[in-house]
Every structure is written in structure tokens, then in C-alpha cells.
Design a protein around this ligand. Structure first.
Ligand SMILES: Cc1cc2nc3c(=O)[nH]c(=O)nc-3n(C[C@H](O)[C@H](O)[C@H](O)COP(=O)(O)OP(=O)(O)OC[C@H]3O[C@@H](n4cnc5c(N)ncnc54)[C@H](O)[C@@H]3O)c2cc1C
Length: 387
């Protein structure tokens, strides 16, 4: 006789797991930040606390991208901003940069820098010999870039010419104010804040598609295989998975892969580094070298919700380490992993934050910038929900 322990009983499916004010689907940095911002807002205005729950289908401590990224607390490398200038009006680029910068300052406000291993070592965009044209273009546009940086941050000189980094990177631009953090610890810190505020966290529960939810005049009922959730408002913070839940949302997934290696000698890099127009990124992690990227070379297969590593992207990352980052050095691979980002099909770089229908808010599509954006999206979402 076969036994299927994966089946849920009638009793399990039909129990009530939550009855309250707000259900947040997705427990990454964005979902956690929205709950924190809501609670803080109510404390400040001395109003009755809200009853909130956060649900994630993954086990505790794991998320789609938030615990699997590179930990760059960054707001825009020069070539990224120049690329945006070809597609968007200045106002939108400045607004996004401003949101990222204010997200980074909210991080330091909410969580002690020691707890999340925040390191203020600045950022660098580095260029190889063969990229001299791209570097010269940045030099020609430096005043323009700093003008936008100033509008976004108030800082006169975000971007400046920096010294040669290595034989392979003769040119570099310093990005004043970028930093790094430990995404696992940062995510955990947000969870701890939410626990202290009395927010309920449910892991390992998958929310079904929107068509299975029941909407009454002032409440939502969401049945799941482990029990029923009820609240007056639902926030969807499922990033890359949003179009699975809510069909028609302009989101396409993008897998990002990372490799972490232990070099045989001390490495020269200090800070966070953007290379190849941001398609490659690396940093020093306690003397080890963390490298991510290469997605652009395998775009079709990396347009995926599958959280796995692949041999061709990993081989490319390894060859970049050998040939460019630490040539002539031995290294041992310590870890390889991937996470899933969310992008727009139409190339729109701004995140989505809007009411899909009354009492159903979408907060998704964080691209490669959700670390910086999350607390700010949290605050903006809280304002929309409470007003
Ligand atoms: C390799 C990599 C490197 C990156 N590097 C950086 C970086 O250095 N700096 C930076 O700013 N950004 C970086 N990013 C992007 C950043 O990590 C994301 O933008 C950010 O984490 C998005 O947060 P989120 O909460 O919106 O999404 P997620 O962290 O993906 O959270 C969404 C959650 O929703 C849950 N979910 C989905 N569907 C359901 C369902 N049906 N029921 C229940 N739960 C569901 C998922 O399990 C998931 O945990 C990187 C991303 C990757 C993958």
C-alpha cells in the first residue's frame, strides 16, 4: 500500500490560520519591510496596532532573491545611469536613484550596521583595456552624472575618477556612498523586528492563484492546503512569482548566479565592484571573492523561476575569476548558488507599486536593486495602505 504524507487532511485544509487586517504574501526584504513600515506608522500615529501576517512558500530563512543576492547596497553605477539616460527622462532616473539612496539610509535607521555587517567601502565601476570607449563616455558625461547624483542625494560628487585597480582594470570610477551588507543577517534582522511587533510569520505555505481567493465586500478569504487566511487587505510582495499569482502583471523572471571562492593569496579588492556594464559584480567577503553575473550571455535559459545553478554560467564565472579577477592564482570554490530576480518584459526599470484592485496591492519587480529599494518601497506601500 502506498502512503502519501504530502496530502493534507480535511481538518488541516479547513482550519483558520489567520484572521486580521493585512495579509502580506512573500516574506523577502520587500514583504518584511512593508510590515515594519505599517507597524512603525501606527506606533507613530498612536493608533490601534494592525494585525498582520506574512506568508512565504519557502522554508524559514530562505527567499527567492532576498537571501541569495550579492549584498551590494548600491544606487547606480555610471554605465547603468548612462544606459537609463538613453531610455528615460532624467526625472525618472533621479527618482529611482533617490528611492535607492533613501532606502539605504532607512536600512541604517532600522537595523544596527554591526548586525547586518554593513561596510562603508564605496563602490567602483571598473573597465578593461578593451572597454576604453565606454570609460571615455563616462568621463565625458561625468558632470552630467554628478548633476543627477546631486539631485538624488544632495552630494556634490558621487562619481569621481579613481586609480588603476589592476593590470586588467586600468580604469575605474569611484561611487561615493555605496556599501555592502550581509543579506542573510539583514533579512533576519527584519524578521526579528517583525516578531517584536507581533507580526505572524508563516513559512512553507504556498498561496494559490488569485482566481481561488474569495472576495467579499470588505474582506479576502484565501484558502490554502494548510488552512485559511482572512483579512481586509492583501499585499502581494512575491517579486518574480507575481505573474503566477496575478496573471497579466508585466514581470519576467531573471535568474542570477553567484560563485564564492577562497583565493590562495590576499585579494586587492575592497568595496563593491561593477564590471561589464553591471553584468558582472564582485566583492571581497571576509578575504574570499564573491562574483555574480553572466546572465546576459545565457539570457534565454536564465529567464527562469528555477532556483538552480547551471554549468555554463558557473564555468563562465570561473573563467572570469581565472583570467581577469585573480589571474595566476589558485582558488577553491566554497559555494555556488542562484536566486530569482524580477524584471519587466518591456524593459521598464521601475518597480511596481499599485492597487491591482480595491484592497489588493502589488509591490514587486525589484530588478537587481531590491536591497536598496526594499525599506523605501515598504514606507511608500504603508502610506498607500493607510491613507
Ligand atoms: C544573484 C542575485 C544577486 C543580487 N544582487 C543584488 C545586490 O547586490 N543588490 C541589490 O540591491 N539587489 C540585488 N539583487 C536583487 C534583490 O535581491 C531583489 O531585488 C530583492 O531581494 C527582491 O526582494 P523581494 O522581497 O521583492 O523578493 P524575494 O526575495 O524574491 O521574495 C519574494 C518571496 O515571495 C515568495 N512567494 C512567491 N510566490 C509565493 C506564493 N504563491 N505563496 C507564498 N509565497 C510566495 C517567494 O518564496 C519569495 O521568498 C540580486 C538578486 C539575485 C538573484
Amino acid at each position: 500500500m502506498t502512503q502519501n504524507h504530502a496530502n493534507f487532511s480535511y481538518w488541516e485544509k479547513n482550519r483558520s490560520l489567520f484572521q486580521g487586517d493585512i495579509i502580506i504574501i512573500g516574506g523577502g526584504l520587500v514583504g518584511q519591510s512593508i510590515a515594519i513600515a505599517l507597524k512603525k506608522n501606527r506606533i507613530q500615529s498612536q493608533q490601534k496596532p494592525l494585525k498582520i501576517c506574512i506568508i512565504d512558500k519557502l522554508p524559514a530563512g530562505k527567499s527567492g532573491a532576498s537571501t541569495r543576492n550579492a549584498g551590494f547596497a548600491c544606487f547606480g553605477s555610471p554605465t547603468e545611469v548612462l544606459d537609463d539616460m538613453n531610455q528615460e527622462p532624467e526625472k525618472e532616473i533621479v527618482a529611482r536613484m533617490q528611492n535607492r539612496i533613501s532606502g539605504l539610509s532607512l536600512w541604517r535607521n532600522w537595523v544596527s550596521p554591526n548586525i547586518m555587517e554593513w561596510e562603508n567601502n564605496d563602490g567602483y565601476e571598473v573597465f578593461e583595456h578593451k572597454e576604453i570607449k565606454s570609460y571615455e563616455n563616462v568621463l565625458n558625461q561625468l558632470d552630467n552624472l554628478n548633476h543627477m547624483g546631486k539631485l538624488a542625494s544632495g552630494n556634490e560628487c558621487i562619481y569621481s575618477v579613481s586609480s588603476r585597480v589592476s593590470h586588467h582594470f586600468p580604469y575605474s570610477i569611484k561611487i561615493n556612498g555605496e556599501a555592502s551588507l550581509n543579506p542573510g543577517k539583514a533579512h533576519n534582522a527584519l524578521i526579528e523586528i517583525n516578531r517584536s511587533f507581533g507580526t505572524l510569520l508563516f513559512n512553507g505555505i504556498e498561496i494559490p492563484k488569485r482566481q481561488n481567493w474569495i472576495k467579499k465586500s470588505d474582506s479576502w478569504t484565501i484558502p490554502t492546503s494548510q488552512g485559511v487566511f482572512e483579512a481586509s487587505k492583501v499585499i502581494v510582495a512575491t517579486n518574480a512569482w507575481t505573474s503566477e499569482l496575478i496573471p497579466g502583471v508585466d514581470i519576467t523572471p531573471g535568474r542570477g548566479q553567484i560563485i564564492l571562492v577562497k583565493p590562495s593569496e590576499k585579494i586587492i579588492y575592497k568595496g563593491v565592484y561593477h564590471a561589464k556594464k553591471g553584468y558582472m559584480y564582485f566583492r571581497n567577503l571576509n578575504g574570499n571573492l564573491l562574483l555574480g553575473g553572466g546572465r546576459n550571455l545565457f539570457l534565454q535559459e536564465e529567464t527562469s523561476l528555477k532556483m538552480c545553478t547551471t554549468s555554463n554560467v558557473q564555468a563562465y564565472l570561473e573563467s572570469y575569476i581565472k583570467e581577469v579577477l585573480i589571474p595566476n592564482q589558485e582558488f577553491t570554490v566554497l559555494n555556488r548558488w542562484s536566486g530569482i530576480m524580477a524584471f519587466s518584459k518591456s524593459g521598464d526599470k521601475s518597480p511596481l507599486l499599485y492597487w491591482e484592485e480595491p484592497n489588493l496591492l502589488i509591490a514587486a519587480r525589484m530588478g537587481g536593486m531590491g536591497v536598496a529599494l526594499a525599506p523605501k518601497i515598504g514606507e511608500n506601500a504603508a502610506e498607500m495602505i493607510l491613507n
